[in-house]
Ligand binder design. Structure first.
Ligand SMILES: CC(C)(COP(=O)(O)OP(=O)(O)OC[C@H]1O[C@@H](n2cnc3c(N)ncnc32)[C@H](O)[C@@H]1OP(=O)(O)O)[C@@H](O)C(=O)NCCC(=O)NCCS
Length: 191
């Protein structure tokens, strides 16, 4: 059965047991810079470690990305502890309204990794996608060498559906892209 996607959708904070997703705000600048300028964090991202000036620019842009309405619209909420501490960011981009598809992504500060925060934050976004938003399919694209990100997909029940060989010339080398996805009924069966 085809359900309609609930759009436009305006961002509101989302609460989990240990983490909270809220909009980025100006005082996230320093932890966001710490994260986006870290060579280890950026190793498998599409961008090189960012300058302070660049992070000022992307924070202004991403703090305002609060509405999903048409393909290409995205959310970039902060992942925070319940004490307000910045832990990282999530990413959700509407890919197709007709096909009810979105892309998901995640980045944690190095000191926040290894504690399950990204798993919980991603589960909150998948609940949103397949609940309130009425999406059908959510996918993640990543470098197959990014073991932590592959493990996160696996924990969430996202299966690797394909691997595009040397799809990108990135950071001085040909780089594969792994495509991982989960459908609404598969997520419902896990919850
Ligand atoms: C990808 C990334 C977000 C994954 O972070 P992560 O901390 O490994 O993922 P989670 O927050 O889900 O934590 C899982 C880890 O915490 C552990 N953990 C502890 N408590 C946990 C809990 N309550 N629930 C789940 N996992 C828990 C797990 O065992 C796992 O550790 P392990 O890898 O040693 O087995 C992180 O590596 C990162 O930010 N990388 C750099 C940016 C990047 O590459 N992003 C992805 C681009 S595609």
């Amino acid at each position: 059965m085809m359900d309609a996607v609930t759009l436009p959708w305006d961002f509101h904070p989302i609460d989990g047991e240990r983490v909270r997703l809220t909009a980025l705000r100006p005082d996230d600048l320093e932890p966001l810079y710490e994260m986006q300028s870290d060579p280890e964090v950026c190793r498998y991202l599409l961008y090189e470690p960012r300058s302070h000036e660049k992070v000022v620019e992307v924070l202004a842009r991403d703090a305002g990305a609060l509405r999903l309405e048409k393909p290409g619209d995205y959310l970039q909420p902060a992942i925070r502890g319940h004490d307000g501490r910045f832990l990282g960011t999530m990413y959700l981009e509407l890919h197709s309204v007709e096909d009810r598809t979105a892309e998901i992504g995640w980045i944690l500060l190095p000191g926040s990794q290894g504690q399950g925060y990204a798993s919980e934050a991603a589960a909150l976004l998948l609940d949103l996608c397949f609940g309130e938003l009425g999406l059908h399919r959510v996918y993640a694209e990543l470098d197959p060498r990014n073991a932590a990100s592959v493990a996160l997909c696996t924990r969430l029940g996202m299966r690797e559906e394909g691997r595009f060989r040397e799809q990108m010339w990135l950071k001085g080398e040909w780089t594969d892209t792994g495509h991982h996805a989960i459908l609404e009924r598969e997520w419902a069966a896990r919850r």
